[in-house]
Design a protein around this ligand. Sequence first.
Ligand code: R5P
Length: 293
Amino acid sequence: MGILFSMPGNERLAAELGRIGPWAAGALEIRRFPDGESYVRILPDVAGHRAAILCTLARPDSRFLRLVFTARTLKELGASSVTLIAPYLSYMRQDIRFEPGEALTSRHFADLLSQAFDRLITVDPHLHRYGNLREIYSIPATALSSAPLLARWVQDNIDRPVIIGPDSESEQWVSSIAGMANAPYLVLEKKRLGDRVVEIKAPDLARWKQCRPVIVDDIVSSGATLVETAKCLQDQGLPAPACLIVHALLGERAQRSLAAVAFPLISTNTVPHATNGISIAAAIAGTLDPEAR
Ligand code: R5P
């Protein structure tokens, strides 16, 4: 039988996965020493078992070392394979050197994870200039799509929706959600002026005034992209939009700014967040289960 370990902070999704799939829950002891270093101990006997570690990689710098220590220890203790389930996969946005001398962190991060794990399962990785994960990951990598779940949410909750993508990168998600929800979609234009400053331009939206906009983005971090998109729609007299977010990386301040211009804000649970309303557990379990037997 496979054994599923959950890194601290991932307990809710781990419990859901445990209820759905045939994986045994693996206990870990993880804590910080007074000097900030990590202590890791694996409690069950893992020799000969397949192991999976659930660890969302939002704010990865503080999670990474303990994750790799856990994976390496599982292998040393005889686990037959170690899969990483990272519902949110970080360091995908630095996919070119925008300025000379910048670290190409998407590649470095992929190298490090590929050394530590045998397989990767993730949800909607931010593939912009890379066509797929194989371009940077040397281990088998499965990218699940949340689009069917988001499309179902739109169908169940919104009358006369028009799906809005804030920028050209979002077209891949927006077009497939719109197709599945049988709704029209539009993609706006974004210019990023800084980490927290963006400019959004929309065409004439007069013909969509009777529709309810649903803004969809894969990642929300500072919130600037969605706030400016919502304002742009408002300026042209459209109703207040709903926002669907795949990976909710936003803090409380960004959530407040966004809540002032859009309602509701709904995210998937790839990153634990107050806006979580759509669970990706069944999709992950479907991919993971064949490994358990
Ligand atoms: C762009 O690369 C992504 O798809 C998101 O639009 C972006 O990460 C959102 O960031 P923020 O919330 O900081 O504007």
